[in-house]
Design a protein around this ligand. Sequence first.
Ligand code: NAD
Length: 370
Amino acid sequence: MASFNLFLLPGDGIGPEIMVQVKEVLSWFEKRGVAKFETESGLVGGCAYDAHGKAISESDMALAQAADAVLFGAVGGPKWADVPYDARPEAGLLRLRKDLGLFANLRPAICYPALASASSLKPELVEGLDILIVRELTGGVYFGEPKEIVTLENGEKRAVDTQVYSTHEIERIARVAFDLAGTRRNKVSSAEKHNVMKSGVLWKQVVTKVGKEEYPQVELEHVLADNCAMQLVRRPKQYDVIVCDNLFGDILSDVAAMLTGSLGMLPSASLGAPDAVTGKRKSLYEPVHGSAPDIAGKGLANPIAMIGSFAMALRYSFGLGDAADLLDKAISRVLDGGTRTADIAAPGENTVSTTEMGAAIVAALNEISA
Ligand code: NAD
């Protein structure tokens, strides 16, 4: 039986509650002989600051480096609002992304039929929606230099952020998008602003070249990023994989996310470059939502985004696509059956706790594979 080394970082707020549910799912797959998961747990975010005075310790960073995949819950909360900037809870996540070289962020937007009516769009526009946003995560305007606010001679201030991309950064994210499209519906939509930005011109050239030379079987279209935002709320099902830079990806993935209902439903993956020898990528899987301090400790959190993140780990880090499909089916079945945590319930509908939702998903796994 294949064995994988999984490093769990539950974090703060609802992070530990939803991670417990992943452990249940994980042990179900172990008992079924799908794979062996060696797990270790560490501290990240506010809890790590309380224990070590920093958002992640060096020993936990080393465990993250050594793992086949990192599962991350959420960090932050009002308790740590005034800690030094470098030790703020988010610094733990940023350090992980940077040190593991996680340049590709994958955010699926899947609309489960049972939740189509919860979307802000008409159900027929989103029912069956299944798109994947591939966002460049380590470059672009969030990191480009110069990045500063300077005072001019006349006393006025001027703020500068720099949007910068090199060929290799665009090539590697384009390859991730094309590879993933090949496992889906074979279509990549590249969103940039080549009409007004030099980085958009280069982005378009490089993505076109990679597509033509390496992935001729995958359909490629270019769409201006602003038009892409419009199309996402007008006719989202036209897309399969959307690839974009850090800034546009930040915005477009949030737009796509809201098509599907609640934050509690949204998983994500961040991947690094394949290792030259083993071919394995460093990877971190996390729900899109934060630590939800308003509901932490009350058993109200929806664990589906966290469990869905584990499903992505099965698919992208462990090569267990069938197991991932099974888990996605189990989630869908539970929703079809009307089981709802409070965040996805319609007014007046019965709701279940975090633990009950986790147990329902395990029960559905049993039923489907009986
Ligand atoms: P949030 O995502 O934590 O919560 C927003 C709203 O959605 C809240 O009402 C919350 O109760 C609800 N919600 C979120 N996840 C849910 C779930 N699984 N089930 C049910 N309801 C859920 O965002 P916020 O309130 O802006 O931030 C709270 C804290 O989380 C802050 O400290 C913020 O910095 C941090 N944060 C962390 C991450 C991360 O760890 N990656 C991401 C975003 C925010």
